[in-house]
Design a protein around this ligand. Structure first.
Ligand code: ADP
Ligand code: MG
Length: 590
């Protein structure tokens, strides 16, 4: 939007040292860096900003809101960044995080690296201090060479120095974030840029609407044929769906491929619900058997990283495996093991090509194989069922998650956010998802602290109710954002699994001294009071029945709610399911 040269804003801007000389008589419409950035984002259908206001971007946030953008202000940049990262995952548009310079930038950077690691499009926009002073290291307010620091931690990093480059700079950032393998982009906007003034008409012309920001990438026909050959040669094939498949939003094609192929599939954590978890071909509850016994494995938007034991070792059994891998990133192939049939392209196009190539005479895998998986799934589900029905007080993980499982089943549109150690592991395996992109969790790093940022963006982007199931430790990383939840009156119900500490609440200081043990928190904390402090609903729940009632009420009312769910402090295990990654001292303790 153009600003008249007579506005306060225009006057201020013209005082800036860098302001481009403009003809003021007769008065003409002017614009400035602030407005050009806003207009460039809006032109590209980016209408939401997550951030924390402060120098030098305070006015930018205000103006963005005035220009009709949704600006969600957080209490800490890392949470705003996590919100932007997950917004990118949910929408295929880069989520925007806006921060102040140096410390604010660094706080946001963790989330930018997290987005990049997870292959989610995000743009971290940080204001920065005066270039001349930063480069001579003369000690400016919040001085830092942010561009250099961001570069190795994201997919691309750019700085815009002149107002007339804002259009192209934002276009570049958007394309870098969403094309190919998506990722995080850093955009450095020096304070002085915002005040630069230019002719409004020239400014409008300088903006760029990015055409086809994430073009389809059609796989080569011979690689499709090779993949089909490998699949046809399989006796015990398995498909693994990753969050790249969920991100791709090719839901119908993926379902058609799985159903036509008849191949059992295993969803990675955030791919749960791409097909409903109770689908007859789901091998979710027979994970070990499926990984061990399969002979051909097709990965769709999933990486053979630590979450899949790098495709080798005990978990994968002794059978030699052949891998087919669908990924948009060619360098992902052979990253851990040999890929017999790499299929490089976007998931929608690759899956469509495979479906077409399968033809009418496609043979489903043997009933021996699919039956063995089915039988294992049924046994495991039946074994779990009674554990989920206990009404113990204090609760154990199974009792508490049993009722939450029912609630998510009854409310398939609700979004589940989940982090913690035991709270994460148990919830992932116990709670079935029935729709795509409804389970949002710690992602590739297994990082704690994504909870409230993720919950807030999920509510803002989708308008659906959000249930955040949080370990008490995990919640602590972003807990202050309950104020943000109340301020924007978002339909978020946070359940804190309170077991008095990390993994368990039972550790004691080995010296017998008065300091608490390193993994415990204040016993019987009342997290529910935090939500009450800001006008939300707080509930103290000691039984699964209490918990069920309170969550249903929160999901019906849409009121910001925090339920302190009292979990037996002895119930958890060290590090949850990844205890093997947490080295233990072999030197005997005193
Ligand atoms: P998970 O943790 O669920 O296994 P990963 O994050 O490890 O999933 O893997 C996601 C993969 O999906 C990445 O290798 C990424 O390059 C790929 N990917 C993301 N979007 C697309 C897409 N549209 N088409 C093809 N591959 C994609
Ligand atoms: Mg805990």
């Amino acid at each position: 939007m153009a600003v008249a040269s007579s506005t306060t804003h225009g006057t201020q801007a013209r005082k800036s040292k860098d302001a481009i000389a403009v003809e003021t008589d007769p008065p003409q419409a002017l614009t400035d860096g602030f407005h050009l950035v806003i207009d460039a984002l809006k032109l590209n259908d980016i209408n939401t900003i997550y951030g924390v206001p402060g120098i030098p971007i305070t006015d930018f946030g205000r103006l963005a809101q005035a220009e009709g953008m949704r600006v969600i202000s957080f209490r800490h940049e890392q949470n705003a960044g996590n919100a932007a990262a997950i917004a990118g995952y949910l929408t295929q548009k880069p989520g925007i995080c806006l921060t102040v310079s140096a410390p604010g930038f660094l706080n946001g950077l963790t989330a930018l690296a997290h987005a990049t690691t997870n292959c989610w499009p995000m743009i971290l926009i940080s204001g920065s201090s005066e270039r001349e002073i930063v480069d001579l290291q003369q000690g400016d307010y919040e001085e830092m060479d942010q561009l250099a620091i961001a570069k190795p931690l994201c997919k691309a990093a750019y700085r815009i120095l002149h107002a007339e480059d804002i259009g192209i700079g934002i276009a570049r950032a958007i394309r870098a974030a969403v094309s190919g393998r998506p990722g995080g982009v850093y955009l450095d906007l020096p304070a002085k840029l915002f005040g630069q003034v230019m002719n409004a008409e020239a400014g409008a012309k300088s903006l760029v609407k990015v055409i086809d920001p994430a073009p389809r990438q059609i796989p080569a026909p011979d690689s499709v044929a090779r993949a089909l050959d490998v699949l046809k040669g399989a006796k015990r094939p398995l498909i693994i769906l990753g969050k790249g498949a969920a991100y791709a939003q090719a839901d119908a094609e993926i379902r058609a491929l799985i159903e036509k192929s008849g191949i059992p599939y295993l969803p990675m954590s955030m791919a749960k619900g791409l097909l409903p978890d109770d689908h007859p071909q789901s091998a979710g509850a027979a994970r070990s058997l499926a990984l061990k016994e399969s002979d051909v494995v097709m990965m769709i938007g999933a990486r053979l990283n630590w979450l899949l034991s790098h495709g080798k070792g005990k978990q994968w059994g002794t059978e030699p495996k052949k891998f087919v891998q669908i990924d948009i990133e060619p360098r992902e192939m052979d990253s851990n093991v040999e890929i017999a049939a790499p299929l490089v392209g976007d998931i929608g196009s690759c899956v469509a090509a495979l479906l077409e190539g399968m033809g009418a005479d496609w043979q489903a895998p043997s009933a021996e194989w699919t039956g063995a998986i089915r039988a294992k799934v049924e046994t495991n589900v039946a074994k779990m069922a009674p554990k989920l029905m206990n009404n113990n007080a204090p609760m154990d993980f199974h009792g508490a998650l049993g009722v939450l499982k029912t609630i998510i089943k009854q409310r398939p549109d609700a979004i589940l956010v989940n982090e913690g150690a035991n709270t994460l592991d148990f919830a992932r395996s116990i709670i079935d998802m029935s729709k795509p992109r409804k389970r949002l969790d710690v992602g590739t790093w297994g990082v704690m602290g994504i909870g409230m940022g993720t919950a807030i963006a999920a509510a803002v982007e989708t308008g659906h109710p959000v249930l955040a199931i949080e370990g008490d430790s995990a919640f602590g990383f972003s807990g202050m954002e309950v104020e943000t939840i109340c301020r924007y009156n978002l339909p978020i119900c946070v359940v804190v699994f309170n077991n008095n500490g990390i993994y368990r609440g039972t550790d004691v200081n080995p010296t017998g001294g008065s300091d608490a043990a390193t993994t415990v928190f204040v016993k019987n904390s009342r997290y529910d009071k935090m939500m009450e402090a800001f006008g939300g609903v707080g509930v103290y729940a000691t039984t699964p029945d209490d918990l069920s009632r309170a969550v249903n009420e929160a999901m019906d009312s849409g009121k910001p709610t925090l339920i302190n769910a009292v979990i037996d402090e002895k119930a958890g295990t060290e590090s949850g399911r990844i205890g093997n990654l947490n080295p233990q001292s072999v030197v005997s303790k005193k």
